[in-house]
Every structure is written in C-alpha cells, then in structure tokens.
Design a binder for this molecule. Structure first.
Ligand code: MF3
Ligand code: CO
Ligand code: CO
Length: 407
C-alpha cells in the first residue's frame, strides 16, 4: 500500500503558535506590533485567509507594514507549510500517515542539558558493565522519574479527539522546562521533538505532528526527563474517545504484562526471565511481542546496559543486583511481531502488517528485597481505561458529552 494523501488539506482553522506577548495583545485587542500598545483597528487579511486564530490585529497600515515581515515568518509561514504538507510516497503498512512537524522547540539557557542536546550524539552509552547506583545517584534518578510521571499524567489529561500530537508535545515540553528540566528525547540522535507519540500501528518512536487524534485511536505517549544530571523514562497507552474492545484488550494486556515483569524484579532474577514473564502474560490472546526494541539501563545516560528483551527464549546475560536501574517497556502487537521503520524520518517504527500496537514502560530500581518503581502512578494519575468509573466506561456513545471542537 503506497500513496500520498494530502492529510492536512481538510484541516480546520489552526491556532498560530503566537508568542505570549502577541496572545496578550490579541486578548486586549491591542496592536500586534511589538511594543505599540495602541488600540487595534484592522485585521491581518492573510490570517483571515489562512483561518489562523487569533487573527492578528493592528492599529494602522503603518504598524501593519512595519510588523509584516516578522509576523509573516512567525505566523503565516508555519501554517502555510502545514496546510501544504503532503506525506512522502512510501509503502505504508496501515492507514496512518505522517503530518507536518512544527519547528524545534527551545530550552532556556539556564537549564542543565545532556551532552547530545548540542550535537545529537550521546556519549557513554556503550558501557559494557552494569552500573550500581549510589544513594545520591538513586535520588537523582528518582527525582527525574517523578517529574516524568507528572509530565505523562498531564499529557494523559489532555488526550481527546481533535488534539494534535504536536500539542501534546508542547504541553510536555512546557511542563518539563517549567521544572528546570530537559525533555530527554529532544535532539537525542537528532530526534526532533520532546516526547514520542505513537498512534495505532506505530510501535514506538512516533514523532509528534499536526495530525489531530481521532475518535477510536489509541496513542502511546513516551516521556523521558533529564533533571540535575539524571534521566527517568516511562510511557503509557491511552484511548482516544470510544475505542473498540480488541484495542482495549491489547492495551490492558500490555499493561498487565509490564506489571507482571515489574513484580518479578529482585536480586538474582536473570534479565532473560522478563521476556518469559511478559510472553506468558500475553499468553493465548493471539497478540505478539516486539523483538526489535528492548528495555535498557538508565541513569546519567539515556540508554545503556543492560538490554532487557521482552520476548521469550532471549539470550540476555546477567542478573539483577541491588542498585541497578533499568526500564522495562514491552510493545505488544495485535498481529505480527515484525516491525518496519519509516525510512523518510528514520524514527517511526510501525507494525509490518499495519495492525495496532500498545506499550507501557516503567523505570525500576532493584532493591535488596525487590524493586522500587521510580515512575509509579500516583493517586492523582488519570485513570487508565479499565480504571474509569463504570458509569463513564460503560456509557453509550450517544449519552457522552460531545468532544470539544478541534480548535
Ligand atoms: N523513551 C524511549 C525509550 O523508552 C526512547 C526514545 S528515543 C527518542 O527508550 F529519541 F525517540 F526520544
Ligand atoms: Co525507555
Ligand atoms: Co521511554
């Protein structure tokens, strides 16, 4: 299946990524020209033509002319790019297509950044030996993991039909930098965004883009935070509006498989055992376990030893020892376990048959007696689909409040 559908052609009016000052000016109906402050009298015709909200308003033709160049580049250009975006021709395995990716977000200079933030290349990930973390290092990874949890819960609270994955990325990015932390994915091996959003047949590493989530989609949001020198990594898969029963079963099966593996973590347990546990938990569902992506050691670097395969009969060498920190992050597919990468972005991993995939991830610390789930859900975490009150979960579609409009 290969095609080139202009996915953005039917896109609704778009909110411009206007700087805060411009938004404030719009709200007060003041001239959008920087520092002018006079009452606005005329609207930018290009904003109106492109369906941009809020429409920029100016006090006079002179101010409009003076501001034009900057306004055009900052506001009109990205919207035009978005509206003109056409997915590249590719042998797509399912229905999902890429959409326009917004410009790279910035991180304030005062925030401590990982080495790859500058050049895309992480150092020190190829350590063969498995690090045993000190009490101070554990504190650091715990703090990063807790921020990650808060960011993921915030993203979760915003999941609804009509929101774009780019908006989810903005919410995650803005939250993380508001805590003086760095969104680990940003520029990691040149990844362009601050979290991964993986929709439907995307297994992992989906790039947030301008595609509005649709009723019935499933979406995984994978958040990693770098804070005071340490990373914490977690992800969950969410339902968008009303989702079919089989997809819901896929999501819960994946969650339960992760939690079965996490429950088994204790000193002496072999890394290869987690794949047996996960495969057993997936059991006779007919779902399959992805083989190309594994859990990983994490701490002062994003990905390091050990590698934790999620499939049975793997050959991972080594065992858990107190002080080790690693992720477990099974990806479970409805159909084939085989994956394929979108070669035009070099990141997005999709199922080879186009059927759906789900994932959950925790960062865990091996303790003397078992483990501490550093990215554990809290009492404030929004409910996963099976945790919702039965009235909500069972309500027929017609009686549910209409989803908010896309913009
Ligand atoms: N968070 C992912 C993981 O669980 C890694 C994403 S790498 C990125 O390991 F560059 F895509 F962000
Ligand atoms: Co991970
Ligand atoms: Co992750």
């Amino acid at each position: 299946m290969s095609d080139a559908t202009p996915a953005a052609a039917a896109a609704p009016a778009v909110a411009a990524a206007a700087p805060a000052a411009a938004e404030a000016a719009a709200a007060a109906d003041q001239c959008a020209s920087a520092g002018c402050g006079q009452a606005a009298k005329q609207s930018c015709p290009t904003c109106i033509q492109l369906g941009i909200t809020p429409v920029a308003r100016f006090c006079s033709q002179e101010c409009f002319k003076g501001a034009w160049k900057e306004h055009n580049i900052a506001v009109h250009k990205p919207v035009k790019e978005r509206l003109n975006f056409v997915p590249p021709p590719f042998d797509y395995t399912g229905d999902l297509r890429p959409a326009w990716v917004s410009p790279r977000r910035t991180v304030p200079a005062h925030i401590q950044k990982p080495d790859y933030a500058a050049n895309g290349q992480p150092q020190g990930e190829n350590q063969h030996s498995i690090h045993i973390n000190s009490a101070a290092e554990i504190k650091g990874i715990r703090a990063a993991s807790r921020l990650g949890r808060q960011a993921l819960d915030l993203a979760h609270a915003h999941i609804r039909p009509g929101i774009t994955t780019d908006e989810i990325d903005r919410i995650v990015h803005d939250f993380i930098i508001s805590k003086d932390a760095y969104p680990s994915p940003l520029n990691y091996r040149f990844f362009p965004k601050s979290c991964c959003t993986s929709v439907n047949e995307v297994i992992c590493h989906g790039i947030p883009d301008a595609r509005p989530l649709q009723d019935g989609d499933i979406v995984n949001v994978d958040v990693t935070v770098y804070y005071k020198g340490y990373h914490g990594d977690l992800n969950e898969t969410f339902c968008v509006g009303n989702v079919d029963e089989k997809s819901k079963e896929l999501i819960k099966t994946t969650h339960d498989a992760l939690m079965a593996a996490v429950a088994a973590v204790q000193p002496g347990v072999q890394f290869r055992d987690f794949g047996e546990i996960i495969t057993k938990a997936v059991g006779k569902s007919g779902f399959s376990v992805v083989r190309s992506y594994c859990g990983h050691g994490i701490g002062s670097v994003f990905h390091t030893s050990p590698s934790i395969p999620h499939y049975a009969r793997n050959k991972a060498v080594g065992a858990c020892k107190p002080g080790m920190v690693f992720s477990i992050e099974p990806m479970i597919n409805m159909g084939t376990w085989k994956d394929k990468t979108w070669t035009f972005d070099d990141w997005t991993s999709v199922t080879a048959d186009g059927k759906r995939s789900a994932q959950f991830e925790h960062t865990v610390l091996v303790t003397e007696k078992g483990c501490e789930v550093l990215t554990a859900r809290t009492k404030d975490s929004p409910p996963l689909w099976w945790e919702k009150k039965s009235t909500e979960a069972a309500a027929p579609a017609a009686t549910e409040p209409a989803p908010a409009a896309a913009q």
